[in-house]
Design a protein around this ligand. Structure first.
Ligand SMILES: C[S@@+](CC[C@H](N)C(=O)[O-])C[C@H]1O[C@@H](n2cnc3c(N)ncnc32)[C@H](O)[C@@H]1O
Length: 233
């Protein structure tokens, strides 16, 4: 069965710009202190609650965020649709694991990780497909597991047919934080935290506010059933 066109376009687009876009992504990250604070607080929260802080960075790109999360103590691996991005990340961070994969079908068992990060990657998923992708994030998270999403705020879709001198067909869906919070709740998360900040003055890519949402999966309540009767009682 052939894959949806948006996945083909996203893969081809990032394959085309994997090398040439690396410096820009790096400097966007370096120029955004609040974003790094959100990631650091997220990692500390995951480690506090989960002695085995296994995590997956979905849409890991050049590996900048994966590497940051690893430095914060998460046992994180990266998954990305683009083989070019995975190749770049593996070469740049040889101590970390990166693999080609699709966020709608994660190569992770049910309840296999304590944390999922989708840092500016859900932005490439059309609205109709988003609930299934968030449900997939929910599937792989343990009880009390955490999901961190980063995205540009808005209601429009920005289309790029050229970048770094290459022909591409990339859609960037800006999202409304209230809509994303509702989607998290529909998919079985509670909204644990949210941050919306204005664009950084020097940002090359995003002249709009940026949003960061953390969802948490429920922890089953302890049973209130009395213990089973013993033979002597
Ligand atoms: C804007 S880049 C962000 C990269 C990285 N998270 C960062 O912030 O530096 C989006 C990344 O998500 C990946 N991506 C987009 N759709 C994906 C999907 N359905 N499954 C896996 N990766 C995807 C792209 O290949 C690309 O590397």
């Amino acid at each position: 069965m052939s894959e949806p066109e948006y996945l083909t376009n996203t893969r081809n687009g990032y394959d085309a710009i994997a090398e040439s876009s690396a410096e820009m992504f790096r400097s966007e990250f370096d120029g955004a202190p609040l974003d790094r604070a959100m990631l650091a607080g997220f990692a500390e929260t995951v480690r506090r609650d989960h002695p085995d802080p296994r995590a997956v960075d979905v849409g890991s790109g050049h590996g900048v965020v994966t590497s940051f999360l690893a430095a914060q103590g998460l046992a994180v691996s990266g998954i990305d649709l683009s083989a070019g991005m995975v190749e770049y990340a593996s070469r740049t961070y040889p101590d970390l694991d990166f693999a080609v994969g699709e966020m709608g079908r994660l190569p992770v068992p049910d309840a296999g990780v304590a944390a999922v990060v989708a840092w500016y990657s859900l932005i490439h998923v059309p609205a109709a497909e988003r609930p299934a992708v968030v449900a997939e994030f929910r599937r792989v998270l343990r009880p009390g597991g955490y999901l961190l999403l980063a995205f540009q705020v808005g209601t429009d879709t920005r289309h790029l047919d050229e970048a770094f001198g290459r022909d591409i067909a990339l859609d960037f869906h800006r999202l409304d934080p209230d809509d994303v919070a509702s989607l998290l709740e529909v998919c079985g998360f509670e909204v644990f935290a949210r941050l919306v900040r204005l664009p950084e003055p020097g940002s090359a890519t995003a002249p709009v506010p940026q949003a960061f949402l953390i969802g948490r999966t429920p922890v089953p309540a302890p049973s209130t059933e009395p213990p089973p009767a013993t033979a002597r009682s």
